[in-house]
Ligand binder design. Structure first.
Ligand code: 8OZ
Length: 364
């Protein structure tokens, strides 16, 4: 009998991944003028190209979709050109890379919006959360509810962003449907009290996420489309009265669209896995293509979950920041370096591209 390991190749749609370890999307707030990826981003992602799949950081699909200072976009030619350097660096090392497409919805601040406009949301309910803007943490601004006739424009922004990502050389995109941002706000009734076709019932609250997914599939193909969800995460002040029924329905519909992967944040994002009762196996059973599990995975937990068939790929976030060679370290059970919280968000090369590999460290 051959036991599966995290370190064997895996077939994701038409791509062969060198292993089952995924770089989770990580916000680092280092974009330059015009929200073009940092001049160091190609080096940063290239250093982590030994992951089977890299998911590049959350990237806004429009200015309206931005919620934090210095996050990159994928809606201008300069941004596309900047990202092309990143994808080329990763491909030169044999890696595969998707881009996470992001609209923050109400998790934003007037200072980031065009002409100081209010951020947009399913309903005019302010999130109890802070954003990083003007070099500090500030309460998010009061949002306005999106009009029904604005929603096709948002779907189209996702569609265009997906086309732009492919033009920039990405192997695919991940729709950000998690962590209390726009699509999760629509899905969860703590943030969505609409009375039109996009609020109320489970089907209505799922509508925008599913329309966005269908549009992206139509634009770039199901084999290049993934999505991230976080059914029970309270991140950014969202809550739901019926997460199991809501996400069972959503995942059935995503499965019908034939997208290549479902990426699930199990529990509270970056926090406890058991924050609320939820049957993640139910999502796994409903979705036939690749299931990527995330949140607080160690080598041991990933290995046992893989053996039990609970997921195909495992996304590691924070451990990748200080361990560019995380795959090698997991494989050899080597110690993991600790990240420096002071350089997590914002800044330049320090704390971004200067974390050594094990090989670098032993050469010194
Ligand atoms: C940390 C800081 C800012 C944004 C997410 C995109 O939670 C984020 C994010 C994480 O998905």
């Amino acid at each position: 009998m051959t036991d599966k390991t995290l370190f064997d190749p895996y077939t994701l749609g038409s791509l062969t991944l060198s292993n089952r370890v995924v770089l989770a999307p990580l916000t680092r707030n280092r974009a330059g003028t015009g929200f073009v990826p940092s001049e160091f981003a190609a080096t940063y992602y290239g250093q982590r190209a030994s992951a089977g799949l890299l998911i590049a950081e959350a990237t806004q699909i429009s200015q309206q979709g931005q919620g934090y200072q210095d996050t990159p976009g994928i809606y201008t030619q300069a941004q596309i050109d900047g990202w092309r350097e990143v994808t080329a660096a990763v491909h030169a090392k044999g890696g595969r890379i998707f881009l996470q497409l992001w609209h923050v919805g109400r998790v934003s601040h007037v200072d980031l919006q065009e002409s100081g406009a209010a951020p947009v949301a399913p309903s005019a309910i302010r999130a109890e959360t802070k954003t990083f803007v003007n070099n500090g943490f500030m309460d998010v601004s009061e949002p306005r509810a999106l009009a029904l006739d604005e929603l096709p424009g948002i779907v189209n922004d996702f569609r265009q962003a997906a086309a732009n990502a492919i033009a920039a050389g990405f192997d695919g995109v991940e729709i950000h449907g998690a962590n209390g941002y726009l699509l999760d706000q629509f899905a969860k009734d703590g943030a969505n009290v609409r009375t039109d076709a996009y609020g109320g019932s489970i089907e209505n609250r799922a509508r925008l996420m599913l329309e966005v997914t269908a549009a992206v599939v139509d634009e770039i193909g199901a084999e290049r489309t993934g999505i991230r969800i976080s059914p029970v995460s309270p991140t950014n002040g969202v809550s739901s009265s019926d997460p199991q029924a809501q996400f069972d329905y959503i995942v059935d519909q995503l499965d019908a669209l034939g997208i290549v992967y479902l990426h699930v944040v199990e529990g509270a994002t970056g926090g406890p896995r058991d924050v609320a009762p939820f049957d993640f196996d139910s999502l796994r059973r409903r979705f036939k293509n690749t299931y990527i599990a995330n949140n607080g995975y160690s080598l041991g937990l990933a290995t046992s979950q893989l053996a039990e068939g609970k997921a195909d790929l495992f996304a590691f976030g924070r451990p990748f920041i200080a361990n560019p060679d995380l795959v090698e370290r997991l494989k050899t059970d080597a110690p993991l370096a600790a990240l420096n919280p002071a350089t997590l968000f914002g800044g330049g090369a320090a704390g971004y591209i200067d974390y050594p590999t094990l090989a670098d460290s032993s050469a010194q």
